[in-house]
Design a binder for this molecule. Sequence first.
Ligand code: HEM
Length: 405
Amino acid sequence: MTSTPTAKAVPLPAPHSSGCPFGPPPAYTEAAATAPMTRAELPDGQSAWLATGHAEVRTVLSDRRFSADVRHPTFPLLVSGRREELVTSKPSFLRLDDPEHARLRRMVTGDFLVKRVAALRPDIQRIVDETLDRMTEGRTEADLVADFALPVPSLVICLLLGVPYQDRDHFQELSRTLLSQEATVEQFKAAQHGVLEYLRALAARRREQPEDDILSRLAVRDDLTVDDAANTGVLLLIAGHETTANMISLSTALLLEHPEQIAKLADPATLPGAVEELLRLLTIVHTGLPRVALEDVELGGVTVRAGEGVIAMLSTANRDEEVFGGAGRRPTDELDLERDARRHMAFGFGVHQCLGQPLARAELQIALETLFRRLPALRLAIAEGEREFRTESFVYGMRSLPVTW
Ligand code: HEM
């Protein structure tokens, strides 16, 4: 066993390939082809491990010897210059370990249970239909990102949290800045402050006059401060908005390249599996998930030393031929809507596995099925080479997607 690097460290985040815009940066797939654990260099110059194998990624995300606590002094940061404010501000439960993580997560799990989300389906369908009505009214061309993919999850999460509809543009802007890797430290701080202040004020109002929404349920709890309630609100808003929006736009762009597979969305028996395959292949968290080792761990033929950072690369794990390939299936870097993709880790794995996954699945199923049913002639309004992808964001996506129908 050794912790000595065997190949050149991969600089993170690595550039995307213009040839295959839907896949992870080629440097990650090349690293995965070399070994399941390789070396990476973080933007601040710190070195870390890159876990690319399916089994290794599962271990990093589920073994308690790896911490998600961003306040750890050597926690691997995927953007430079942010350690100070990340360490001093109270993290949301996404970046805390148990028992604090579990205590805060438990307070909102009820709102995202499969049966609770099933009851929301008519509301989601209404939001999708109304958004499509607005997008198509009197028009034959639209930007699918601005006019459909962003508003749908934004309206759904605002409904759940109780954020008034008229504030959504403000939120969209702030959450984009928070998630952008190109935002300056000042812009990031201002956006973080703006969202928190807004939700703090809303939580304080809801504590006095609760309504039937998540923020009200959090705000009236005696064991939670208004700050904790606002922090959880920020996490839900950010985690649930851009992710789902990017999945809708990327899935649409990819499906338009594979028109022969679109019919799978129309069949209720194949729609859920088709969405799992889109989640697997697109794995929009292209930057990977950061963790820090709390003790020495033998993994994938190397020793990860206590204090070393590890980036769990979901996108390469989700292309593992042994897990997702097989007789009669297309290669795992291709779309195959009939593949059994259920073991994908696009939602992460372990205690931090995405809380909102039942909601994200319902939104994706309803949005994609409705879009292609109502607009069967949907096509790109530009050449494929002109599509603009969001490479600077933590979650991969599209800047715009001009379409016609
Ligand atoms: C397709 C859409 C989505 C994708 C691909 C996605 C992906 C992920 C991933 C990979 C994680 C794990 C992060 C880590 O372990 O470090 C995560 C966590 C989380 N997601 Fe999602 N997510 C999506 C939609 C949503 C939605 C709609 C919500 C809620 C409204 C949500 C709320 C959360 C929360 C609260 C966590 C933190 C869970 C914890 O730390 O215990 N996500 N998500």
